[in-house]
Design a protein around this ligand. Structure first.
Ligand code: PGA
Length: 263
């Protein structure tokens, strides 16, 4: 189903959110792929819809290692077609060469009516169309302060993957992204906190080496904290925002995370 995308232990990528024109996207990809990306991590970029096709072409044109950067979209509708003004379907993304789709980001939950129920419908639609869902879950500051982080995200995960078969779950990615850790006013979670939440998620979702879901961490990841966060037990990758919105930033955080980046 996703044969074109090698399932490696480590995942590392960025969503550009509502940033970058087509020209800016092409320049970023050209710069990022000037030299090979590491072969022991699956790296990905998630541009805005308008730049997907241009980014796909830029990845395809790039030398010397064009296949190593996966392409994702930031959202989609769960229906295949119809009266959904302003929406994009899984089939449309697939036809653009998209391989993965981000679902349930906290900005979409807070501002655009995303719920655990719609995330569940979208996960199923993505899988039906051969897209890898990258589902985001996270606790609010209040839930964190009350010591309810793990139970909050476990609930979100149970609902997001309700009636999704184990074999399909094995194809999915999950990002733990505390709402309080994301964006300008956010502060990255401590490695100890990430370890606690990821341990709870791991218990629910199983070992990734035996068909369990891959678990990423996201929220104010940067060059200073990426190394520690990437080494937390149970963390299979990092999902980065602002710090990777330039190609040198992407490389720097990747290197800080895994240390094997050769430039
Ligand atoms: P940030 O964004 O790294 O800029 O905090 C992370 C995210 O929203 O996924």
């Amino acid at each position: 189903m996703h044969d074109s995308l090698a399932y490696r232990r480590r995942w590392f990528g960025t969503s550009w959110k509502m940033n970058k024109t087509i020209a800016e996207a092409e320049a970023y990809i050209g710069e990022l792929l000037e030299t090979a990306l590491p072969s022991d991590a699956t790296t990905f970029v998630i541009p805005p819809f308008t730049a997907l096709d241009a980014v796909r072409r830029a990845i395809g044109d790039a030398a010397p290692n064009p296949a190593s950067l996966a392409l994702g979209a930031q959202n989609m509708h769960w229906r295949d077609e119809g009266a959904g003004t302003g929406e994009i379907s899984a089939g449309m993304l697939k036809a653009c060469g998209v391989q993965m789709v981000e679902l349930g980001h906290s900005e979409r939950r807070a501002a655009f009516g995303e719920t655990d129920g719609t995330v569940n419908l979208k996960v199923k639609a993505a899988l039906r169309h051969g897209l890898i869902p990258l589902v985001c879950v996270g606790d609010t500051r209040e839930e964190f302060s009350a010591g309810a982080s793990a139970e909050t995200v476990l609930r979100q995960v149970k609902l997001a993957f309700f009636e999704v078969a184990d074999t399909d779950r094995a194809r999915c990615l999950l990002a733990y992204e505390p709402v309080w850790a994301i964006g300008e006013s956010g502060e990255a979670a401590s490695p100890a906190h990430v370890a606690t939440v990821h341990a709870a998620l791991r218990t629910l979702l199983g070992d990734p080496d035996r068909g369990g879901m891959k678990l990423l961490y996201g929220g104010s990841v940067n060059v200073d904290n990426a190394g520690q966060l990437a080494r937390v037990d149970g963390v299979d990758g990092l999902f980065v925002g602002r710090a990777a919105w330039s190609a040198p930033g992407f490389r720097a955080v990747l290197k800080a995370a895994y240390g094997y980046w050769m430039v």
